[in-house]
Design a protein around this ligand. Structure first.
Ligand code: MG
Length: 366
């Protein structure tokens, strides 16, 4: 097989000689031969393909450890390599979405003048309810809507109800009446930190509940934004300008299979491991990492927080239709729970519906 000098190989692969030496040291791309006297590196033409793969993977920002893994897979199982790249890219997109929200928020914070001339204040109206359903003996779901806090939790295990209640109770400190100092006046970073601390406290408490755990999907209202904390497979949806969006990502085995392209949404619905959680508040350290985000609210927004007892039996399109047609949050919650009952209600159901509207526009100068 013809051998290429490092210079020729660098030209063909668009990798610098320096990068090639580095990849050699890392074991990522070993030269076919190193001259024992001069130390010159020589490459086989057959290595060009692997080198190009390295270049492409680095261009999409993959860390070297991941590149190594994909290159090894590519040699033996190209389909598995493709799957691994897809899984990496869905993780990047999910992380980018979370960072984009934070970046937009920072831009907004930094460009806001010290003395605001106009303060737009939004208000929320809400309704919250849980229902045992038609099959389960106990209701282990929790739903809460306070001055500023909207939350649902879906407990599991023998003390699942206590786990869910503990998770929601931990956030209650952040639920102050409008006009009080916190959390509306908290800086965004402080609020997210406070949420993270509250979740950590809840998780430590749940650790004492003998194998029980809970999901948690909650929003804390700051007056114009919603700080979102989410772990597990309960969900938050947004109805805005006629569009219906899911704004949380399920931490489940089937969702990770959908992300990796090995399962379709339709197949996931009937999957036997549908309820297997990758992350939950279960007292663990690795498994209890919630997603934290800031979400900009707009007048006219309608939010739904719900446990899987709703969305596994009521199709998204029916949920969207109900949210669109219901005149107020109470009606929406009641209708959604009736719909779950009409589909057999095999699980507990938790629902919170919240409407955002314009309270008033204040001009501090007047
Ligand atoms: Mg459930």
């Amino acid at each position: 097989m013809p051998r290429l000098t490092i210079g020729a190989f660098a030209r063909v692969t668009r990798l610098s000689a320096k990068a090639l030496r580095h990849y050699d040291e890392l074991g990522l791309l070993r030269p076919a031969r190193v001259d024992p006297f001069t130390g010159y590196r020589f490459y086989d033409e057959s290595q060009v393909e692997r080198a190009r793969l390295v270049v492409w993977l680095r261009r999409i920002g993959m860390p070297l450890a991941g590149v190594h893994e994909i290159c090894e897979l590519y040699g033996t199982e190209p389909a598995a390599a493709a799957k691994a790249v897809r899984a990496y890219w869905s993780r990047v997109e999910a992380e980018t979405a979370a960072r984009r929200d934070l970046a937009l928020f920072l831009v907004d914070e930094l460009s806001r003048p010290d003395e605001e001339t106009t303060v737009t204040t939004l208000m929320i109206r809400h309704a919250a309810r849980t229902d045992r359903g038609l099959v389960r003996e106990r209701d282990q779901d929790t739903a809460c809507a306070g001055h500023r806090l909207l939350a649902v939790a879906d407990g599991y295990g023998t003390e699942g109800d206590r786990a869910g209640a503990a998770a929601v109770a931990a956030l209650k400190d952040l639920d102050r009446a409008p006009g009080s100092t916190a959390p509306g006046s908290l800086r965004a970073g402080d609020l997210l930190n406070a949420l993270e601390d509250a979740v950590d406290r809840a998780n430590a408490e749940i650790g004492g509940l003998d194998g029980s755990g809970t999901t948690l999907t909650a929003m804390v209202w700051t007056g114009s934004r919603l700080a979102l904390v989410h772990i597990g497979d309960s969900r938050a949806y947004l109805l805005r300008d006629g569009g219906f969006f899911r704004i949380t990502h399920d931490h489940t085995v089937v969702q990770s299979m959908i992300d990796a392209g090995t399962l379709t949404e339709a197949e996931a619905a009937g999957h036997p491991q549908r309820t297997l959680l990758l992350r939950a508040l279960d007292g663990g350290t690795d498994s209890a990492r919630p997603d934290l985000r800031l979400h900009e609210a707009r007048p006219g927004d309608r939010y739904l927080l719900c446990s899987d007892g709703l969305f596994t039996v009521v199709p998204d399109e029916t949920i969207r239709h109900t949210l669109t047609e219901s005149p107020d949050p109470d009606t929406a919650v009641d209708t959604l729970i009736s719909l779950a009952h009409a589909s057999g209600a095999p699980d507990n159901i938790a629902c919170v519906v919240a409407d955002v509207s314009l309270l008033r526009e204040l001009d501090p100068a007047s």
